[in-house]
Design a protein around this ligand. Structure first.
Ligand SMILES: [Zn+2]
Length: 121
């Protein structure tokens, strides 16, 4: 699957919550948020694998490779796009680590970004 998204992200974080760790199979998920209308599926949309409530919050995975492309959040108004699936580097960079309160105990954050137990203030 392919998508196109405007490089006008509103915020970006590294999320350490258990759902993001599960969805990515990794220590945390770098993502950037933007209005849902800024993203469109350009190829293979019929192959999407939806995890969650299709009418509400859900994750959209590529049905062929399983990669988590983005999550629909905030009553469907926003998408959280995974940095790892962007082909071109976005202008924004993760500003902080969030949900550090549920971080994996085997992972040490080694950078100087701010850390928040849950959502940023
Ligand atoms: Zn998360």
């Amino acid at each position: 699957m392919r998508y196109a998204v405007t490089d006008a992200f509103r915020y970006a974080f590294n999320c350490h919550c258990s759902q993001c760790r599960r969805a990515t199979g990794s220590a945390f998920k770098p993502f950037a948020g933007i209005e849902r209308k800024a993203l469109r599926l350009t190829q293979g949309g019929g192959q999407a694998m939806i995890y969650g409530d299709p009418q509400a919050a859900h994750d959209v995975h590529c049905g062929l490779c399983g990669s988590l492309l983005f999550s629909v959040v905030r009553e469907g108004a926003y998408v959280h796009v995974t940095f790892g699936t962007l082909l071109d580097p976005p202008a924004i960079r993760p500003a902080a680590h969030i949900f550090v309160g549920s971080k994996a105990p085997w992972f040490e954050i080694a950078d100087a970004l701010p850390q928040y137990d849950e959502f940023p203030p």
